[in-house]
Write a protein of this length. Structure first.
Length: 482
């Protein structure tokens, strides 16, 4: 039954890809879907991309080991989505951008565009490589498959359906994937409630006594990411960096027909993402109560594997297949189309082969999907062979580079400063600063948590770009479009 559910989901994925992706003639189709995406599809697809396999297997571990303070991040995240909707999206539609880094070219110049795209490649490749590794590890544990074969399976499926169907396949299958997240989470939660003594009230009593339902932390420590003001602040900057300056997520919003529809979609994701996050956090709390009431049952050595362990040893066939399908679907929703769109639009077309026919760019785009898919597989495999070191680098690197991207976007949106080469210097200098502070923080030399790196990088890039603007203008006489 488990294999049948997974097979049916994969068949649906390829059917959607075929019917939505056939007949594509140019990169406008392949990367933007002719801007004909319905709001509800854009919303669910955004949620599917935001809720990765790491979220599905990682959030229950937080609910199991800690409490509900993780949700404090959504206060800042909701604020960030509103800011992006009314400041970022209008600018991207004004310049009719295929990728958001084209905005940097229109606002500052080509060098800033190239730097922005390069930072995106670094950040997204490492982060998505880790996501692929985490999903492959979970599926290999649940189904008993060798890890290498599992990575290869995800890679081949992703390349096949995204390479053929383009962004339309990604969007419509993303909507399908989001539905599987709700179904799988709901099924697991119901099973747990039916097998916990006292049902919901019993679970609430045990979890409350153990401090598992704590939601707000009013402390003042700057190193604790679960303090309310720290979590909210990091939510604002982290979500603005993740949603507003990352082509993978913003690309979905650029496929909507109008600026207003795109804004409506992003606001709707607040109400679509929060329930699924709370659902999987609640599953973690219910798992804590379940194992507390059944102390004879063995627990995994690592709490991060609690959902996978429970799926293997406790869940019956059918529900087990739903969890497996949710993890697989979350992993297949990869950034291959966004990586391809940024490379072809921001690098290949202007720098390598300008003025070619659209058929050529469409062919290169599909080749890029295959190439980036193999590169992600290699990164995922290195994570498995790195004894944790590669994982550490991949998790932290987003904080090192995302602040540089957010800082330069905010400089372009909030000021009229004309600076181009200075932006490149500011972005790389801020990344070096954030990386140095991260290293010193991990060594215990400076009392700043890693979650502050995005804020530090943002402020540093913005300030350096602002200060360097008059010097660049005086030296070169170049002024960027305002």
């Amino acid at each position: 039954m488990d294999y049948a559910l997974l097979g049916a989901a994969l068949a649906a994925l390829f059917i959607i890809s075929y019917f939505k992706g056939r007949g594509e003639k140019d990169t406008q189709d392949y990367f933007l879907g002719r801007r004909k995406t319905p709001v509800w599809v854009g919303t669910l697809s955004f949620v599917a991309t935001e809720i990765s396999a790491m979220t599905i297997v990682g959030i229950p571990a937080i609910g199991f080991s800690e409490n509900w303070q993780y949700l404090q991040f959504f206060i800042g995240s909701a604020v960030a989505r509103v800011l992006i909707a009314f400041f970022f999206i209008p600018a991207f539609y004004k310049f009719n951008c295929t990728t958001i880094y084209e905005f940097l070219k229109h606002r500052f110049g080509a060098e800033t565009q190239y730097a922005g795209a390069s930072f995106f490649f670094i950040t997204r490749l490492f982060a998505s490589g880790v996501r692929l590794y985490a999903a492959s590890l979970a599926v290999s544990v649940i189904m008993g498959w060798p890890l290498g074969y599992t990575i290869a399976f995800f890679t081949v499926v992703s390349i096949a359906f995204i390479g053929f169907g383009g962004i339309k396949a990604v969007l419509w299958t993303g909507a399908f994937e989001a539905v599987t997240f709700y179904l799988a989470g709901g099924a697991v939660a119901c099973y747990l409630l039916l097998h916990i003594n006292g049902g919901l009230s019993g679970a609430w009593h045990v979890a409350s006594e153990s401090g598992k339902l704590s939601l707000l932390n009013f402390g003042w420590s700057i190193k604790d990411p679960n303090v309310l003001w720290v979590a909210a602040l990091n939510g604002v900057f982290g979500s603005m960096a993740s949603f507003g300056t990352d082509q993978e997520l913003m690309q979905r919003l650029l496929t909507l027909g109008t600026r207003r529809e795109s804004q409506k979609t992003l606001i709707a994701t607040i109400f679509a993402s929060l329930p699924v996050t709370a659902l999987y956090l609640g599953i973690g709390t219910l798992l804590y109560v379940f194992y507390r009431q059944n102390p004879a049952l063995p627990l995994p050595a690592n709490a991060d594997k609690i959902l996978s362990h429970f799926t293997i040893h406790i869940l019956p066939a059918g529900i087990k297949g739903l969890v497996l399908t949710a993890v697989v679907m979350a992993s297949i929703d990869s950034p291959l189309n966004s990586l391809s769109s940024s490379f072809v639009t921001d690098i290949y077309r202007p720098l390598i082969k300008n003025g070619a026919e659209e058929r050529h760019y469409l062919f290169v785009s599909r080749l890029c999907v295959a190439g980036f898919g193999l590169l992600l597989a290699a990164i995922a495999w290195m994570c498995s062979a790195g004894s944790g070191r590669m994982l550490w680098l991949a998790f932290k690197i987003n904080g090192v580079t995302a602040g540089s991207l957010l800082g330069v976007f905010l400089l372009g949106l909030m000021t009229k400063r004309a600076v181009n080469r200075g932006n490149v210097l500011a972005m790389f200098s801020s990344a070096v600063l954030a990386g140095t502070l991260l290293y010193l923080s991990e060594k215990g030399v400076v009392p700043v948590g890693w979650s502050w790196m995005i804020i530090i990088g943002t402020v540093s890039t913005f300030a350096l770009g602002w200060l360097l603007a008059p010097f660049e203008s005086a030296l070169s006489g170049d002024r960027a479009p305002r």
